[in-house]
Design a protein around this ligand. Structure first.
Ligand SMILES: NC(=O)c1ccc[n+]([C@@H]2O[C@H](COP(=O)([O-])OP(=O)(O)OC[C@H]3O[C@@H](n4cnc5c(N)ncnc54)[C@H](O)[C@@H]3O)[C@@H](O)[C@H]2O)c1
Ligand SMILES: [Zn+2]
Ligand SMILES: [Zn+2]
Length: 378
């Protein structure tokens, strides 16, 4: 490739500071170093965690950065020591690495690889060891990925190689939202056939959790959201009942208890609100109910009365749906290609990179499920 070994100048959406719109800039992307690959990003979804970091998280550190962590692309060039990838391979960048050697990688119970950017490099949600510069400044790589850029550089341990025929403007969603919600139901909650489930929050993450409950054989799936526009998609993905907490005077956990003879077997919180996390736990039946936290927030602590757990409920959390992404995302791509999981239904809008602020605004105002940004037609 003509660009291999050279700095690439390309377009990226730069987050210069907290609480300000992204700015389309020309950035410089350095060649990949040892064990790294440079990826031409073809498509990327916009996830609520991007919106959270820019407008809700209240952290002033961690800027300037290139956001975006739900992308798919093609390998442009590889650095020294890279054996698993070659130019032209289709790939999905991952915000959770897989070194295959640390104690977390060796344990089937966890996907929390010790070499992940989050455990080593920075207290903010960014990789400070970045390959990006713009106007003479280093630009951080959000969640180690930065897919709101035409090119990005990643360590090969955080990249999944996927099928050559995969449609990149769909499978990009497996880089975060869909794998997260689907895996939270299948791997973390371990939803059982015939069970009764409730999913709180019907963005892409929650809708994917609904799909996970359905594929696991749940007999009843209650979809909960304060935005009733989300109910139609929830039904398409497998919800049997839809509830708007605002339409009831009683607390939502009491409403669900009334509908289910004392509470649901499994609940999943896919909002990122500690009040909803508590409601989701307390919507579970005593004795065996399992509630999974999926939504992200670091602004407040969670709380409940001890009796909720003493009487047999389990409260747990899930990051990236518990998937060991490098090994599991290629299989999820095949699941999409064979029709076992849906992705098309999640894409409500398609835009270009320079419309990224519109896509973020759409999510903020509840007007979309997922917007996919097409960065390149190739
Ligand atoms: N754990 C992980 O690995 C992981 C990965 C991706 C995303 N997330 C988090 O998951 C959450 C959902 O992400 P998303 O992209 O689907 O977001 P989204 O904004 O598309 O969806 C959130 C949904 O929650 C609904 N909601 C808001 N308040 C509610 C309430 N009180 N009760 C019921 N529903 C309510 C909204 O109407 C919306 O439909 C975010 O917090 C995101 O940061 C976590
Ligand atoms: Zn995400
Ligand atoms: Zn590891």
């Amino acid at each position: 490739m003509a660009t291999a070994g050279k700095v690439i100048k390309c377009q990226a959406a730069v987050a210069w500071e907290y609480n300000a719109p992204l700015v389309i800039e020309e950035i410089e992307v350095a060649p990949p170093q040892e064990n790294e690959i440079r990826i031409k990003v073809i498509a990327t979804g916009v996830c609520h965690t991007d919106l959270y970091y820019l407008y809700e998280g209240k952290h002033k550190a961690g800027f300037p950065a290139v956001l975006g962590h739900e992308g798919a692309g093609i390998v442009e060039s590889v650095g020294p020591g890279v054996t698993e990838f070659k130019p032209g391979d289709k790939v999905i960048p991952l915000f959770i690495s897989r070194c295959h050697e640390c104690r977390f990688c060796k344990n089937p119970k966890s996907n929390q690889c010790e070499y992940n950017w989050s455990s080593q490099k920075s207290a903010v949600m960014c990789d400070t060891d970045s390959r990006f510069t713009c106007r003479g400044k280093v630009i951080l790589q959000f969640m180690g990925t930065s897919t709101f850029s035409e090119y990005t550089v990643m360590n090969q341990m955080a990249v999944a190689k996927i099928h050559d025929d995969a449609r990149l403007d769909r499978v990009c969603l497996l880089g975060c939202g869909i794998s997260t919600g689907y895996g939270a139901a299948i791997n973390t909650a371990k939803v059982e056939p015939g069970s009764v489930c409730a999913v709180f929050g019907l963005g892409a993450v929650g809708l994917a959790a609904v799909m996970g409950c359905k594929n696991a054989g749940a007999s009843r799936i209650i979809a909960v959201d304060i935005n009733e526009k989300k109910f139609e998609k929830a039904k398409i993905l497998g919800a049997t009942d839809c509830v708007n907490p605002k339409a009831h005077t009683k607390p939502i956990n009491e409403v669900l208890a009334g509908m289910t003879n004392g509470g649901v077997d499994f609940s999943l919180e896919c909002v990122g609100n500690v009040g909803v996390m508590r409601s989701a736990l307390e919507s579970c039946v005593k004795g065996w109910g399992v509630s999974v936290l999926v939504g992200w927030t670091d602004l407040s602590d969670i709380s409940t009365r001890p009796i909720q757990l003493l009487t047999g409920r389990t409260w747990k959390g899930s990051s990236f749906g518990g998937f060991k992404g490098k090994d599991d995302v290629p299989k999820l791509v095949l699941d999409y290609m064979s029709g076992h999981i849906k992705l098309d239904e999640f894409v409500t809008h398609t835009m270009k990179l320079d419309q990224v602020n519109d896509a973020i605004h759409l999510m903020k105002t509840g007007g979309c499920v997922r917007t996919v940004l097409n960065l390149s037609s190739k």
